[in-house]
Design a protein around this ligand. Sequence first.
Ligand code: KIV
Length: 281
Amino acid sequence: MVKKTVSIFQKLKNSGEKIAMLTAYDYSTAQILEMTDIDGILVGDSLAQVVLGYENTYSVSMEEMLVFVKAVSRGAKNSFIVGDMPFMSYNTSLEQGLENAGKMIQAGASAVKLEGCNEYILKLVRRCVESGIPVLGHLGFTPQLLNTIGGYKIQGKSADATEKILESAKKLEEAGIFAIVLELMPAQSADYITKNLQIPTIGIGAGAGCSGQIVVIDDILGKFTDFTPKFVKQYANLHGIIYNAAGRYLSEVKEGIFPSEEQSFELDTEEREKLNVVKQN
Ligand code: KIV
């Protein structure tokens, strides 16, 4: 398999083929995603909630993110992996942002994702791109601004608000991002933004008009069940599968059914005789 690069995003958009991205946080899931030939994997800071059990994404650190980026990049060596820059890992200075973006690449990511758009973010995007670090933008609902936004609120709900998001997206495009995540907005707003950009849009809760889609893998697998947003479609029920399997294991251990001979190692007859022990099971 040939390693996927940033160039596939624009190629897919230009050809009209939809881009499919998923998040992943661990080695074995990354291996499975690579086998599916998924267009891109995001090691999202959503792992703060679905893997680490925090209430929101504020609590995950740069150091923690790097552990997960390394695990995913070991499992999906030929995939296009985006490392999500966590809260405060790029906000204190351009130097800090650039250095941490570099750490993501050194950990195995092919690109980084930054939330929002202001003069500072635009400068940082330019610095990253000049340094050879592709950047995925993120507008609409941006979880790292949860406290400012005041909750999980749909963005771009009016023509004016949609135009403002488009204006920001255009500035980010101009600064050099290769694609942009549009989160939680009316389908028509995302469609309008998509039609007015050259770069691809990757929607999450933003309807079918985007150039592609991304979802949190634990949501579509039905593994994370603390809350399920309206835009999630469950393709499996891992919660139920794990619950049933763990329950069966529990009763088999209690009943002495597990482990059986099949899962055990036996002493040779001669050695058994020396210890005066009998064959088990
Ligand atoms: O952290 C994340 O998983 C994300 C995606 C949902 C876009 O930012």
